[in-house]
Design a protein around this ligand. Structure first.
Ligand SMILES: [Zn+2]
Length: 281
């Protein structure tokens, strides 16, 4: 465990410089002095990449190390200059730790405040919705309700287009149904008992698919949780005015508006709207 000296130096830019020493014998070593404090470039939104600037030191360091932190905790694998913002960062605070080392000097650690990470875009539209059950679904409605909201709140989903979904007790602009399979066609003759569906304001999730995903999905060894994200995003996409898409090319991500439950025509299974789908007006 690296011990940090308590002699803190506040650099001109507000970055915190902490000379650190790995052991008692090195306590005597001087810290590097900061000429220009480390900083970062980039916009702190999901979908963006931040790039650390090492600053300038005297003497010039032999080595500079980076570690990005979320709410004060080091992020696994985030030890390079470039950091691609992750879904889990949204609504949390990032910091960058820069450690400069030179022979004959104590490692000198600087903490750079990055701040709270935002969604890709600000909220442009709020959809209030309620959750209802059709027929016998055999419990699990609370999990359904909670997981659907997670999908709506996820930075990778329609929230990335600026659409926020807020659940209300009754009514709202949209109804999210968990439906017994044989009752899905009761919403419209265009719906099948085999799949989920959307009819007007009704987004209908077939409980059989919710519980067991689909044969094509399972054959691709994708998780049930991802199927649930996909089916909620897909049917809600219809509510938002999207029709079906096809695979844009072998090996590419399947659009979420592709009927992935049935197969992907060589595209990769994908639970989230693609960049192209998010950009579409
Ligand atoms: Zn569809």
């Amino acid at each position: 465990m690296r011990r940090l000296l308590l002699g803190l130096v506040l650099a001109l830019t507000g970055a915190l410089v902490i000379p650190a020493a790995p052991g008692a014998a090195r306590d005597e070593l001087p810290a590097l002095s900061v000429v220009k404090a480390p900083s970062y470039d980039g916009v702190r939104r999901f979908g963006r990449t931040l790039v650390a600037a090492p600053g300038r030191w005297s003497p010039a360091p032999a080595k500079v190390r980076y570690q990005w932190l979320r709410d004060g905790v080091p992020i696994e694998g985030a030890d390079r200059r470039r950091y691609e913002i992750r879904p889990a960062d949204v609504e949390h605070r990032l910091r960058l730790q820069v450690t400069a080392s030179a022979p004959g000097y104590a490692d000198t650690v600087t903490l750079v405040k990055v701040g709270r990470v935002k969604h890709r875009v600000d909220v442009r539209r709020t959809v209030r919705y309620s959750v209802r059950v059709k027929g016998r679904v055999g419990g699990g409605v609370e999990v359904f309700t909670a997981q659907a909201q997670q999908t709506f709140d996820d930075p990778r989903g329609w929230r990335g287009k600026g659409v926020r979904f807020v659940r209300v007790r009754n009514g709202g602009a949209m109804t999210l149904w968990l439906s017994e399979a044989r009752l899905v066609p009761s919403f419209s003759s265009g719906c099948s008992a085999q799949w989920s569906c959307r009819v007007g304001r009704n987004v209908i999730i077939n409980v059989q698919r919710w519980r067991h995903a689909s044969p094509a999905w399972n054959a691709a060894k994708r998780s049930l949780r991802d199927y649930r994200h996909m089916v909620v995003n897909h049917e809600t996409g219809h509510f938002l005015g999207y029709g079906h898409s096809s695979c844009p090319g072998r090996g590419q991500l399947a659009p979420v508006m592709m009927q992935q439950s049935k197969g992907t025509q060589g595209c990769r299974f994908n639970p989230w709207p693609t960049q192209r789908e998010l950009r579409r007006r």
